[in-house]
Design a protein around this ligand. Sequence first.
Ligand code: SF4
Length: 495
Amino acid sequence: MSGCRVNVDAPEVAIREIRIGSITGFEGTAGQLVQCARAGKLRENKRTFSQCMGCSSGNAFCQLSMIQDAAMVNHAPVGCAGDFFAFNFVYRVGQMERKLPPVMGRYFSTNIEEKDTIFGAVQKLEATIREAYARVKPKAIFVTTSCASGIIGDDVESVTDRLSEELGIPVVACFCEGFKSKIWTTGFDSAYHAIVRKIVKPPRRKTNKINIINFWGSDVFTDLLGPLGYEPEYIVPFSTVEKLEHIAEAAATIQICPTLGSYLGAALEQVYGVPEIKAPLAYGLAGTDAWLRELGKVLGKAAEVESIIAAEKEKILPQLEAYRAKLQGKSAYVTAGAAHGHALLALLRELGLQVQGAAIFHHDPVYDNGDPRSDMLAHTVKTYGDIPNYNVCNKQAFELVNILHRVRPDLLIARHGGMTLWGAKLGIPTLLIGDEHLGFGYQGLLRYAERILETLDNREFVTNLAKHSTMPYTRWWLDQDPYTFLGGCAHGNVD
Ligand code: SF4
């Protein structure tokens, strides 16, 4: 399967199911999943019961809502704004970490009501955009759409085009209706499509900046890129409209997770010729070696990179061996989004843990660049061997609890807040790391190992919690096959 051709003339980007064949249901081993995807035989195992779903609109919002001088208009019923507070919380915490002035998120809702679904809501949209502009004077306004605005067929693009002219700033439509895709990471693509179409300007010159497509992780790239003569440009959260206008001038683009930045990396390369680093992620020794060598090749700094690899490895290997000895015989289970989850599997194997399985929120058989070197799961399986109990599971807690109840790992690693309680309720020490850069590179192995050991040392808390917790799932369910509702013969995916 190849990647996608980016078309910035189209108002919307196709959803991931159509564009790159992504799925949300699979059960087998990681190796079987990789083999299926490579053979072009991946198919969705549809769940006959589903407990919850994410929403593309939320993922689009998570990228656009922390641009420092932009405002957001969510063209939706007010219920879709229920997670505004969470984004504002992350925004405020990130401001403190980055020593930015404290500012509230500038988020507005058009509050589509029942009568608007009959008569249309474009007048409300226009009024809300004007109100947002009058109140906070943003440098750009992003309009995120919703199921309701999509179903009633509001012509959002003509409103945003008209208001752009009237207000003299980019007013940009981002089409991310939740009902259109089961893969909520489609919302990242919608946000990036909006940025590349309407914000990014053609390059005036090349700079020494390197785009880092990330969420809100700590700054680990200044130290890494500085010796090579480059500076990180973290995008999109905590960027500014002006900085985003010039990301096509960067020397390269780095993904901290291709599940996040797949579309933006490919779009910048295809539309503006900014090379994307196409390699396994820098998690674990082999991944970091491969990633750094590709970076060196793209930047024309191969010799310097070889020196960095040798020096850094020499520095960390004794401590790594010490951590491996401490972690020997320990087992772990991972629940996380796709590529970052694959990277955590590599990292755990590198630290010598036995990985008992993973519940990963979706699977992209290919990324938008179409390059198999970016397939972190394939790299992990090839480097460290197969991983059993690999479940593609879009946060279905009933499956996760059933599996955890069976495998009883020493440690649960969870990437998303709502998932940690399930391990804790079962008395399993559970580690959540919000900083997605913590495990990056050689030093990241040591940082992560330290956090794992702290978590394993603090077992008493979850032991007590489990004693006083109840589970919503009955004995009947825990005795069933965890994949009972996963659409028939899940292994039919693999020859
Ligand atoms: S856009 Fe649709 S799926 Fe998303 S929060 Fe609103 S109603 Fe729910």
